[in-house]
Write a protein of this length. Structure first.
Length: 169
């Protein structure tokens, strides 16, 4: 459960994590690039512990790495005195990565689209991180509750890896 200002805050993702067979893991980290390796290791370990294949675990860890890097640099200004929280857990066959920070509001849908067909020299710097996050996850949800950004990345255990042909029902 996420706590803020002494009040317990419930939402559907928190309830899903609470219903999981194993309690969710929560790590509070300093807003420093030095914490990225800890994020990657924790995400990979939890994903594998829930039965996710190695390649899939690495992909969701890479997405979490990119998301945490964005939080650290853009939302929290790489200020190690500031903290962000990482929640990891399983709800049935879905692995959830949740990152909470108290930076300014952010809506990933407000980002301009990236033209992946444009020549590299004509592309602006930045923006590819969200392409990676979208490709490595089944669902991305960004919420703002009180003064907290809540980014939730979801990936199914049996989701095809990036580059694999997706099967059709």
């Amino acid at each position: 459960m996420a706590w803020q200002g002494g009040e317990e805050r419930f939402d559907d993702i928190t309830l899903l994590l609470a219903r999981a067979a194993q309690p969710p893991k929560m790590i509070e980290l300093a807003a420093s690039p030095d914490t990225i390796e800890e994020v990657v290791a924790a995400v990979e370990a939890c994903a594998r512990a829930g039965g996710m294949a190695d390649t899939s675990a690495r992909e969701i860890a890479l997405a979490a790495c990119e998301a945490a890097t964005n939080v650290i640099t853009h939302s929290l200004g790489s200020n190690p005195a500031r903290k962000y929280r990482l929640f990891l857990g399983w709800a049935a066959d879905k692995f959830l990565v949740r990152i909470e920070d108290d930076g300014p509001p952010f809506d990933p849908e407000s980002l301009p689209p990236v033209d992946l067909r444009a020549p590299l020299g004509e592309r602006p710097v930045g923006g590819l991180g969200w392409v990676l996050i979208r490709n490595a996850t089944d669902e991305i949800r960004m919420d703002r509750v009180s003064d907290t950004n809540i980014l939730t990345l979801t990936r199914r255990r049996d989701r095809p890896t990036i580059g694999q042909k997706k099967s059709t029902p």
